[in-house]
Design a protein around this ligand. Structure first.
Ligand SMILES: NC(=O)C1=CN([C@@H]2O[C@H](COP(=O)(O)OP(=O)(O)OC[C@H]3O[C@@H](n4cnc5c(N)ncnc54)[C@H](O)[C@@H]3O)[C@@H](O)[C@H]2O)C=CC1
Ligand SMILES: O=C([O-])CC(=O)C(=O)O
Length: 271
């Protein structure tokens, strides 16, 4: 049975642990880690069937087959090289870290050398399957419009650095327009989806991103439009925010759970 370690036990990590524990994912929850004891305690007390060990990353990668990073972009720098050097596969949710071409190149090189896999689930957006299919021919443009209520954007570096008082904004307001490169650095915990889109499509510099604050919304909306030799498609998802982290949509852990299920099933559907 696949032995899994979960690094980061917040909104996403907690759901993954539960899905392994209740048998939805046929794997062993072998180890967990979080820098906050409360998060570890919360996850541990939610489990009925597994009693994972709490392990620092250096120990975790020696014991498990796959580490799931669901912590932060900063954690990716720690988790990904450690896992790959130990010949351990890794799934990355804080995908925005891969805007760093050195990190991405290094990860790809070590994975090739050690014959390991790096998995990036679709996360909180819909349409990555279509984009991957379309990318087998020429792509002309990829754009993302992310629209969130104030709770989905509060605390982002871009908001703080530009002294934007998001609670005083009363109507739909475009906060940011630019490349995915700038977007994932300015909103590291809000638009990892822009990174996933970039990796699947035409890269960080060419993927265009618009971030909109809409106080009237209760859901996190991501709309993507892709044009290429295949034609054109638009996909729009209206995501229920996670109850414990309003920045994160519930679809994000569901996407990780489904990607993990794919790894353990013999019959797989979709691109
Ligand atoms: N790819 C996608 O579509 C999406 C990605 N995300 C990203 O996934 C990650 C996890 O999201 P959530 O679970 O909602 O966040 P969260 O804030 O609810 O949980 C993150 C947990 O990781 C821990 N953590 C953070 N950095 C750490 C480190 N360096 N070492 C040890 N523990 C660390 C925190 O203490 C916290 O318990 C975030 O980076 C988030 O931005 C979120 C939503 C969608
Ligand atoms: O969960 C979402 O809606 C998107 C998100 O936070 C991210 O991509 O970082």
């Amino acid at each position: 049975m696949l032995k899994i370690g979960v690094f980061g036990c917040g909104a996403i990590g907690g759901e993954i642990c539960k899905a392994i524990d209740n048998g939805q994912i046929e794997a062993e929850l072998y180890a967990i880690y979080d820098r906050h004891n409360e998060s570890l305690d919360r996850v541990k007390s939610s489990l009925e069937n597994f009693d994972p060990q709490i392990m620092e990353i250096v120990d975790m990668v020696r014991e498990v087959d796959l580490v799931v990073e669901c912590a932060s972009q900063q954690a990716v720098y720690e988790v990904v090289p450690a896992a790959l050097h130990a010949k351990c596969d890794v799934m990355v949710v804080s995908v925005g870290a891969f805007v760093d071409t050195q990190l991405l190149g290094m990860a790809e090189n070590i994975a090739r050398e050690k014959n390991c896999r790096i998995y990036v689930p679709s996360g909180a957006i819909c349409g990555i399957d279509g984009l991957i299919s379309a990318s087998a021919a020429a792509l002309h443009s990829v754009t993302l419009t992310t629209e969130k209520p104030p709770g989905g954007l509060r605390g982002a570096p871009y908001v703080l650095e530009n002294n934007i008082d998001i609670d005083s904004i009363t109507g739909r307001t475009v906060l940011f327009e630019g490349s995915a490169t700038e977007a994932v650095q300015s909103f590291p915990a809000n638009v990892n989806v822009a990174a996933t889109l970039s990796l699947a499509g035409i890269g960080f510099d060419n993927t265009r991103v618009r971030i909109v604050l809409n106080p009237a919304l209760t859901r996190n909306v991501h709309e993507i439009t892709v044009e290429g030799e295949f034609g054109r498609f638009t996909s729009r998802v209206e995501n229920v925010p996670s109850p414990t982290n309003p920045k994160t949509s519930y679809l994000a852990p569901l996407s990780v759970i489904s990607t993990l299920k794919k790894l353990t099933q013999s019959f797989n559907v979709g691109t």
